[in-house]
Design a protein around this ligand. Structure first.
Ligand SMILES: C[S@@+](CC[C@H](N)C(=O)[O-])C[C@H]1O[C@@H](n2cnc3c(N)ncnc32)[C@H](O)[C@@H]1O
Length: 357
């Protein structure tokens, strides 16, 4: 295998193409935002992007002012058999002039860019400045930089990402201050991937046309566009009882293991799974922090040992995150921090809005 090809094969996996059905399902929640607006798709080849398809075909219905798309020139283009563009191009679309209701790329006119079409390039930034709303599925490997640029230029946006990004320090700070939130649908999403992507044991398949696919169970939409579900209260039916909601040993908060079990009457700080963000209404709760990131621990442990079903293990215990104290080293995995505790996954700390505790 030549060295370029092997380098390409181990390269960042940025080529995930969004399906039209996923775009339609999400975009229907934001229709009110588009009238008179300039929409910019800055990681999209209009010849293949379903974002371009959606916005060009719905241009009149959404009453858009202008649609801009730029396509990145992939440096390794000669190695790739599909989808990757040979040159960086852009287009600007201002509605159906022919009157036949079908956006025609030849009629619209695809123009070459001077540089490589990187979303951070001067040419792309000039186009970004014209835009009101930026929509795309950007390269996963550049997610932090991508969001930072949108913030710098104070753009509205709706973009696809991965749930892991929630716990990036910079992204979480934006979530906490309600400058960025999750969209309507988060979870499973399938994407076409280029032919050179290696097969995988899970979440990978080839369809009857030979097209390769990958799916993610933790895809998310990230946005700062408001939508109605964000203002719907989460319906809570549980009441607080100390024996059902243990207090963490190392954080000043109670453990709520399922979003549906958030007690309706608890005014203190609660630790909840990250999936809470998919149902977060900023009028109902405030977000205070994330375990292991920006929220203060009340206790740090020195030497700790893993104890599985009463047996002490040699393995490294790593960092523990939130922990609750247990009565004994009984069945299951415990840790010995001088006394028995159990580790809990990463938790988001929240409090009821207006609570006085
Ligand atoms: C996750 S894919 C999504 C493609 C398309 N937006 C879609 O949703 O179908 C990200 C795209 O960004 C392109 N890309 C990678 N690095 C880029 C950069 N620095 N600037 C602009 N686009 C980039 C990749 O070539 C890839 O096509």
């Amino acid at each position: 295998m030549n060295s370029n090809l092997s380098a390409a094969k181990t390269a960042k996996e940025d080529e995930f193409y969004t399906q039209l059905s996923d775009i339609e399902r999400e975009l229907k929640h934001y229709k009110k935002h588009f009238e008179g607006k300039v929409v910019y798709l800055n990681c999209d080849d209009p010849r293949v992007s379903n974002f371009f398809h959606y916005f060009s075909y719905n241009f009149e219905k959404l009453k858009l002012k202008k649609l801009i798309a730029t396509c990145y020139k992939n440096q390794d283009v000669d190695l790739f058999s599909q989808n990757d563009a040979e040159e960086a191009i852009y287009l600007e679309y201002e509605g159906d002039k022919s009157g036949n209701g079908v956006p025609d790329l030849e009629e619209i006119g695809i123009k070459p860019l001077k540089g490589n079409g990187d979303f951070r390039s001067a040419e792309s930034i000039e186009l970004l400045k014209q835009a009101d709303i930026v929509i795309t599925n950007p390269p996963f490997s550049l997610f932090r930089q991508y969001i930072a640029q949108l913030m710098k230029y104070e753009k509205q946006f709706l973009i696809v990402g991965n749930q892991n990004a929630i716990s990036y320090k910079e992204i979480f700070a934006l979530i906490k201050s309600n400058k960025l939130w999750l969209g309507n649908h988060n979870g499973d999403m399938s994407f076409k991937v280029p032919d050179y992507y290696e097969p995988r044991a899970t979440r990978f398949w080839v369809d009857e046309d030979g097209q390769k696919w990958r799916s993610l169970g933790n895809a998310c939409w990230f946005t700062n566009l408001d939508f109605s579900k964000r203002h719907e209260d989460l319906i809570l039916y549980k009441t607080y009882a100390a024996e059902e909601y243990p207090t963490y040993d190392n954080y000043d908060a109670i453990e709520v293991s399922k979003v549906a079990d958030i007690p309706a009457d608890y005014d203190g700080v609660m630790g909840v799974p990250l999936t809470f963000l998919g149902q977060y209404n900023p009028d109902q709760f405030e977000i205070l922090g994330l375990s292991g990131t920006d929220y203060p621990v009340t206790k740090r442990y020195g030497k700790k040992e893993r104890v599985v079903d009463g047996k002490r293990q040699k393995s490294n215990t790593g960092t523990l995150g939130c922990v609750v104290r247990t009565d004994s080293f009984g069945p299951g995995t415990h840790f010995d921090v001088g006394y028995p505790v159990k580790g809990i996954y990463r938790r988001l700390f929240i409090r009821r809005k207006g609570a006085t505790a």
